[in-house]
Design a protein. Structure first.
Length: 350
């Protein structure tokens, strides 16, 4: 009976292990020639690097009879085509899927197994995300010729999450902007400048944190949303207004490094957004600190997220079409269902 995998190796593809800060592949006996004669081949320090090295060595998987093998190919060929943040989330989602379904044959999966998986998972929101990945993997399985039909597409009805309803009131924004700063640059002032720009542009966090001085054109802010870069590739020009110019100037003035090309930067002038991991840990810590002070030093009592500010931008737009354009959505139905949160005013005399 094989030894159980160590916790740090659970969810990794077969024969992978994490050891001494890097990912390794245990080469099968007789296949050493394809791996520089090694029995243990170093793939890379990070998961994206390891998957790339593995894909370069083994190429496409010719056949997948189990869900584990299907997920391996999906991780090799499909996940790398997605945005960096989505890649990280997808790889996290694959781990619990592999733990349950790795040895299940593709033809044996039934809708009842999907329902049972969600039922047994304590984290229901995460379970729904994981099933979305599994469903897409089976869609690819049909495309790759492993199956003739998807085993549960159109047959599963999972109870979805309700869209958030948190609407940030104008007085709460005033409270945010009135919070006193202990330093002349960075920290509180940087977050306040970020809030101003967020409310005026509706830009996603990643796009705002990547914003550079060179993106400021004569006719406005030139933005290529990263989320749609690989699909529509649509560029946006957010035209200047007096308020937008003031907000951009404020962001430039409160940077801790005036020579940085980024509007929002670390003390050494670097971008907060890490392109390799898809995370912005330093910025997230600063945002949490800002929220902690806001809830203790002002009249604001209910926490809100950066995403709630994006929703406020959409909610305050005069028309749905204007809101859709600001948020760079292809379909206005998403804008209306998730982002238009402002309470509707009703005249009782009419």
């Amino acid at each position: 009976m094989p030894r159980p995998r160590r916790p740090e190796n659970k969810g990794l593809p077969s024969r992978w292990r994490f050891d001494h800060g890097a990912y390794y592949y245990q080469v099968p006996i007789g296949a050493e020639g394809a791996w520089d004669g090694k029995r243990s081949f170093r793939l890379g320090r990070t998961l994206p690097e390891a998957y790339r090295a593995w894909a370069d060595r083994i190429g496409s998987v010719d056949h997948a009879s189990t869900i584990g093998a299907l997920l391996d190919r999906y991780a090799l060929e499909v996940i790398p085509t997605k945005g960096i943040s989505t890649q990280a989330h997808n790889r996290v989602a694959i781990k619990p899927l592999r733990a349950v379904f790795a040895d299940v044959r593709l033809h044996d999966l039934k809708p009842r197994h999907v329902y049972l998986y969600v039922e047994k998972r304590a984290a229901k929101t995460a379970a729904r995300r994981e099933i979305e990945i599994l469903s897409h993997a089976f869609t690819k399985a049909v495309e790759w010729g492993y199956l003739d039909r998807h085993p549960f597409k159109g047959e599963i009805r999972l109870t979805g999450e309700k869209p958030r309803e948190r609407y940030v009131e104008d007085w709460e924004v005033v409270e945010c902007l009135s919070l006193s700063a202990r330093r002349s640059a960075g920290s509180i002032k940087a977050v306040q400048a970020y809030i101003r720009l967020k409310l005026l542009t509706g830009m996603r966090r990643g796009d705002l944190l990547r914003l550079t001085v060179s993106d400021l054109k004569d006719d406005g802010i030139d933005v290529s949303p990263r989320k749609t870069l690989g699909t529509t590739g649509k560029r946006l020009i957010i035209r200047w207004s007096d308020e937008l110019r003031d907000a951009v100037q404020l962001a430039k003035d409160v940077r801790p490094s005036s020579r940085s090309p980024y509007l929002f930067c670390t003390r050494v002038g670097e971008c907060y957004f890490d392109e390799e991991t898809g995370r912005a840990g330093g910025w997230d810590s600063m945002w949490r600190g800002f929220m902690a002070r806001l809830l203790t030093e002002t009249k604001v009592v209910v926490r809100f997220t950066e995403h709630d500010l994006r929703a406020k931008c959409a909610s305050d737009a005069k028309t749905l079409e204007h809101a859709r354009a600001l948020l760079a959505h292809a379909d206005g139905r998403l804008t209306d269902r998730v982002y238009r949160r402002k309470p509707e005013m009703v005249d009782p005399l009419r």
